[in-house]
Design a protein around this ligand. Structure first.
Ligand code: KG4
Ligand code: ZN
Length: 350
């Protein structure tokens, strides 16, 4: 194997993250992150220009922090990897330019990594950062603020997207309803907290969208609209200024959050069950991406796996949200196959 230490950079959205992987020990030995959530919270969503500028300000510091945590000097890094797509182009360019600079000045190889492959292979990351392949065939449900997809993998090397969202991502549904309820950004964790406080029951029976002609695909945009009109009908929401009315109580908000979570969890379980009918040979189910931090959806999928005697894998929350450890995992296996890139690497290209 060529090269022991791999440094991976992830700047596709609103996290500046750097991880270092010891490829001999197959372990992530350091992981440093600067989260921009506080910068964007003011605006209720990610502002691309602010995101790119913040990456520029922080990347040097975060790379140094990761090196210090690992007790390594830059000269000891053997390989550099960076997320190249998908993401906000300005943000991606910061990471790519920085990684190119490092690879060029240290005269070391460079690898461009797909962010979604990163999430897909985050299921290899154990609690302590050890990298351990999963048992195949596997089904992976990947849900975040930017994407929603269902993958079937016969083997590690061959994956197929068998389902995806036709409009909004699952995380977006949480974030948009969170915004309607006046919760802080990003809404997902706050919706979960509100829902947990009333025991997660289905009060309002929001529609479980099931696309009959595309049974493994998702649609969350209609759900968000359905919640908005249902809230308006109950006098909770004013459609003229897109704000909650003074009539909505704290308890009403909890019931909306709870009903949304119950609905999305049902959609996840039902879609995975339909996928299993098409792929009965599946041995492992993985749940990855920021939404996989949700303990209620985790518990519902775990229940499904226990009933069918299948393995259920969900990374620790740090490795569910955007992180550089998952980029390092993909880069490690690409490097093993000799799939190195050149300094021609560019944002949004694979
Ligand atoms: O993977 P991620 O950090 O970034 C993207 O690639 O988009 O995912 C962020 C998304 C946000 O939409 C956030 O609301 C959602 O993950 N999220 C959650 C929870 N924690 C984060 N959604 C539901 N429940 C949670 N506990
Ligand atoms: Zn992501």
């Amino acid at each position: 194997m060529e090269g022991r230490y791999l440094l991976a950079i992830e700047t596709s959205c609103d996290e500046t993250a750097v991880a270092i992987c010891d490829r001999c020990e197959l372990k992530i030995i350091s992981h440093a992150v600067f989260s921009q959530i506080d910068l964007h919270a003011l605006y209720g969503g990610v502002v691309p220009e602010i995101a790119a500028r913040s990456h520029v300000e922080k990347i040097d510091f975060i790379v140094t922090k990761a090196l210090n945590q690992a007790g390594l000097k830059l000269e000891q890094i053997d390989l550099f990897a960076v997320t190249v797509t998908p993401g906000l182009v300005g943000s991606l360019l910061v990471g790519i330019s920085f990684a190119k600079g490092l690879a060029w000045s240290m005269k070391k190889p460079l690898l461009g990594i797909d962010h979604l492959e990163g999430h897909l292979f985050s299921s290899y990351l154990k609690e302590d950062g050890t990298i351990c392949p999963i048992i195949y065939p596997a089904l992976t449900l990947s849900m975040s603020g930017g994407h929603t997809a269902l993958y079937f993998q016969e083997e590690a090397d061959s994956y197929t997207v068998i389902g995806k969202t036709i409009d909004d991502a699952a995380g977006e549904a949480f974030d948009k309803v969170g915004k309607m309820l006046g919760l802080p950004y990003p809404g997902g964790p706050y919706i979960e907290k509100e829902a947990q406080s009333v025991g997660i029951k289905d009060f309002f029976n929001y529609p479980r969208v099931h696309l009959k002609d595309k049974p493994l695909h998702f649609s969350f945009s209609g759900l968000k609209t359905a919640v908005m009109y249902d809230m308006a009908r109950r006098g909770f929401y004013d459609l003229t200024n897109f704000q909650c009315t003074p009539h909505i109580t704290e308890n009403d908000k909890k019931e909306v959050a709870s009903s949304l979570l119950a609905c999305i969890a049902d959609i996840c379980v039902a879609t995975v069950e339909r996928a299993l009918m098409q792929h009965p040979q599946t041995k492992t189910i993985c749940f990855v991406g920021g939404v996989a931090c949700n303990s209620y959806i985790r518990s519902r999928l775990l229940e499904l796996c226990q009933k069918r005697d299948m393995q259920f894998i969900v990374p620790r929350p740090l490795f569910c949200v955007d992180n550089a450890a998952m980029i390092a995992v993909v880069a490690h296996y690409k490097a093993l196959k000799g799939e190195l890139d050149t300094l021609e690497l560019d944002a949004l290209k694979r």
